[in-house]
Design a protein around this ligand. Structure first.
Ligand SMILES: Nc1ncnc2c1ncn2[C@@H]1O[C@H](COP(=O)(O)OP(=O)(O)OP(=O)(O)O)[C@@H](O)[C@H]1O
Ligand SMILES: [Mg+2]
Length: 481
């Protein structure tokens, strides 16, 4: 399969342009297509197809693709070149192995290139990391790259690290780094999201209707993780983005509005409460606000959500809380357990695989032992473990801090290595060396001779890669004001 650089382009706001003056837009589009073809072919590329309001092209060399894109943007700077209709074109470049068939290209890099393009503003050129790795040391003198960090792209499991092409002749892009619907501060978690297809579909439906939606459930039942995924899936629907306010570390309910304001990049203004400033800022915006872990600040959260619901029609709130907020109009969704192997079914490696709780365990087990396998021998122990934990992803904090602490102390071996506290959930269970019988039955103990250090290291790995609801937040972007 050949490795190529893929270019996708698209005209920003083309629907409105067609509606304003269809016949002039038709001429402008013909001129645009000719300019695009010229830029591509001058730089040894090939137009695969025109896509209505843009082009899809391939190049053998990433540097040629970059040069063609910069040329195209420069040509489009002059509205006279497109029949007097100023066109702002978003461009995305990605490099990868593709399959070539019937003069077309297939494979995940093609989708990724199209998604990168869709995250761009009109006039902006975005490059994937793969392209940057190729061109970074041979950039033309006038071209520079701006690191925009990672962005979640619709339908793609892994976020993409994206760079913007800077050039004196390219018009600067104002506002957020990415086109509005991608603006967000959702954390990129290091571990895979497992299952929950039905829950996500239901939440998508509820989010379309409810102004305030609260995910409730016991500690560790997966509220935070599910709300983050639901928000990522719904990003396209919120032109002003999705913004997460993590309330777990907050002790004072009076600081909820302040915390949300800080997330949105707002500062206190003289003579106004921070809640007023916040409402004023978001009242005409269409954004999703995630309030994570509200249970210990119910009054503060209820007050803010109530105000936002009444005064800011385009704002939707997705809260996660062990207890509902208790305000009028709140839609409550109780997060169910992960699906569990049936007690009446004989547990084999094949029969246990479809269950979410098993999948979560396997995902985490592979972080501890890369050669971990579900076999007919360990499947019964695995099924039994999942059932004992009721399909709850993490029971670390279940029942409140004190009892969790007691549980850990009891569960810890009296002698032996000083392991970090042991959790009781699926997401963490792989790293529970105190429970030797389970570890043995699951064939999860580190290889013979690896010793206690290896076990402790495995525990550490598990904790580092998935710090839980706090998330491993990477880059945070502020919404434009
Ligand atoms: N569907 C899932 N896929 C992968 N990991 C998950 C999933 N659901 C939960 N987890 C993991 O399980 C752990 C607990 O989940 P989460 O933090 O979302 O629970 P919670 O209900 O918000 O808990 P709390 O009430 O303590 O805030 C986390 O490490 C999380 O990443
Ligand atoms: Mg949580």
């Amino acid at each position: 399969m050949p490795t190529v650089t893929l270019l996708f382009t698209d005209i920003e706001g083309s629907t409105a342009l067609w509606e304003q003056d269809g016949s002039r837009m038709s001429q402008a589009l013909a001129a645009h297509d000719a300019l695009a073809r010229d830029a591509v072919e001058t730089h040894h590329g090939q137009v695969v197809k025109t896509t209505g309001d843009g082009v899809h092209a391939v190049f053998d060399h990433a540097l040629d693709a970059l040069a063609a894109t910069v040329d195209l943007q420069q040509a489009l700077n002059d509205p006279a070149a497109t029949s007097g209709v100023p066109l702002r074109v978003r461009c995305g470049l990605h490099k990868g192995m593709v399959e070539r068939r019937d003069d077309d290209y297939f494979g995940s890099p093609v989708n990724r290139a199209a998604r990168i393009m869709s995250a761009a503003h009109g006039g902006q050129v975005l490059l994937s990391r793969a392209v940057v790795d190729d061109v970074a040391d041979k950039l033309p003198a006038e071209v520079a790259l701006r690191d925009l960090g990672k962005v979640r792209l619709k339908d793609l499991a892994t976020p993409e690290h994206v760079y913007q092409v800077m050039h004196p002749q390219l018009r600067p892009v104002s506002g957020t780094a990415f086109a509005g619907r991608h603006a967000n501060n959702l954390p990129h978690l290091a571990t895979a999201f497992i299952g929950r297809a039905n829950e996500l579909a239901e939440l998508g439906r509820l989010l379309a209707g409810a102004r305030a939606l609260t995910l409730t459930g016991a500690g560790g039942s997966g509220k935070t993780r599910l709300s983050l995924q639901a928000a990522a899936d719904a990003l396209e629907r919120f032109p002003d983005g999705a913004w997460l306010a993590e309330l777990a570390p907050l002790a004072d309910p009076g600081l909820v509005a302040q915390t949300v304001a800080t997330v949105l990049g707002l500062k206190e203004e003289r003579g106004r409460s921070i809640a007023q400033t916040l409402c004023e800022h978001v009242k005409d915006k269409q954004l999703l606000l995630l309030l994570d872990n509200c249970e210990h600040l119910l009054d503060g959260c209820a007050q803010l959500v109530d105000t936002l619901v009444r005064r800011c029609p385009g704002v939707r709130i997705l809260a996660s809380s062990r207890q509902a907020l208790g305000i009028a109009g709140e839609q409550i969704y109780r997060v169910p357990s992960l699906t569990l192997p049936d007690r009446r079914q004989i547990a084999t490696q094949q029969s246990v695989r479809p269950y979410e709780s098993v999948q979560l365990f396997i995902d985490r087990a592979l972080l501890v032992r890369t050669d971990f396998q579900v076999t007919d021998r360990n499947a019964p122990a695995l099924a039994s473990l999942c059932r004992q934990l009721d399909g709850i992803p993490s029971r670390d904090r279940a029942g409140g801090g004190a009892s969790a602490h007691t549980f850990r102390r009891r569960d810890r071996p009296q002698t032996g290595p000083a392991f970090p506290p042991v959790d009781g959930g699926l997401a963490d269970r792989t790293a529970a060396p105190s429970d030797t019988s389970f570890a043995d039955r699951l064939e999860l103990r580190p290889a013979a001779g690896a010793g206690e250090t290896a076990v402790a290291a495995a525990v550490g790995v598990c904790r580092r890669v998935d710090p839980g609801s706090g998330g491993s937040s990477l880059r945070r972007r502020r919404p434009g004001r």
